[in-house]
Design a protein around this ligand. Structure first.
Ligand SMILES: NC(=O)c1ccc[n+]([C@@H]2O[C@H](COP(=O)([O-])OP(=O)(O)OC[C@H]3O[C@@H](n4cnc5c(N)ncnc54)[C@H](OP(=O)(O)O)[C@@H]3O)[C@@H](O)[C@H]2O)c1
Length: 220
């Protein structure tokens, strides 16, 4: 498929590279079409890899990944434009983290709202799926780097969009049993707020290479 990856940071590069490995045609988007990180990624990747502005990428993609900094996400999507996002599955990996006062970060939106919901409200014709935002980038695209099962949450208002996202996640190596559908996009509030604890856990363990596994009582 033709997929857009908006973002040139470690998440954008990890997801774009894995998508190419999985056989997709990927356009990486940035504020500037000549973005050095995007150009370097194209040079390294060669086949099935292109770069352009956020709008170029979103226009080219049948599916769009948002991998932009949370504080710049709405600006980045505005640059992509309503028309380029219309009707598309928009997989939102961003977190609304504000590091302007150092570590630990705060959330720029929380409690009664989330960045995932803000995106869905602003782009009501896009089909937003919040997922992968609770993991460090290498684990997003290669979950088998951790021993044993662990979980990745999905939320979104459109069941078919979540099924499309799950298809890509399976290509990344996620098992169906590890994909936890939390329901509507409102559940992004919790998934984003987990980052406050995630930062502390990373400090305690001294590595970002960890994730949650859930143990539930068997259901009759
Ligand atoms: N790092 C991780 O392992 C991890 C894990 C889970 C979730 N996340 C989330 O994934 C997202 C990407 O994280 P990252 O670490 O890869 O990179 P990042 O440094 O948080 O974001 C880089 C991208 O954000 C864009 N950007 C920054 N400020 C902007 C603004 N004001 N307007 C428009 N675009 C702007 C940049 O555009 P240019 O390319 O034009 O510079 C770049 O493409 C974040 O929301 C982060 O919270 C990260």
């Amino acid at each position: 498929m033709k997929i857009a990856v908006l973002g040139t940071g470690m998440v954008g590069v990890a997801i774009a590279s894995r998508l190419v490995e999985c056989g997709h045609d990927v356009t990486m988007g940035a504020r500037d079409a000549a973005n050095e990180k995007a150009q370097a990624w194209v040079q390294r990747t060669k086949r099935s890899a292109r770069a352009g502005t956020f709008r170029d990428a979103a226009t080219a993609g049948e599916i769009v990944f948002n991998c932009t900094r949370g504080t710049g996400t709405l600006e980045a999507l505005q640059q992509a434009g309503v028309a380029a996002l219309k009707g598309k599955v928009l997989i939102d990996v961003s977190n609304p983290l504000d590091f302007s006062r150092g570590v630990p970060p705060t959330l720029t939106v929380s409690n009664t709202d989330s960045l995932g919901e803000q995106i869905q409200r602003t782009y009501s014709d896009a089909r937003v799926v919040k997922t992968l935002n609770t993991l460090t980038a290498p684990l997003m695209v290669n979950p088998r780097l951790l021993p044993g099962d662990h979980v990745n949450f999905l939320s979104g208002n459109d069941a078919a969009a979540k099924a499309t996202a799950a298809q890509i996640l399976r290509q990344f190596g996620w098992k169906d049993s590890e994909l936890i559908d939390l329901g509507a996009i409102q559940a992004a509030r919790g998934a984003e707020a987990w980052l406050l604890l995630w930062v502390s856990v990373m400090g305690a363990l001294g590595t970002p290479m960890f994730n949650l596994n859930l143990t539930a009582a068997p259901q009759d």
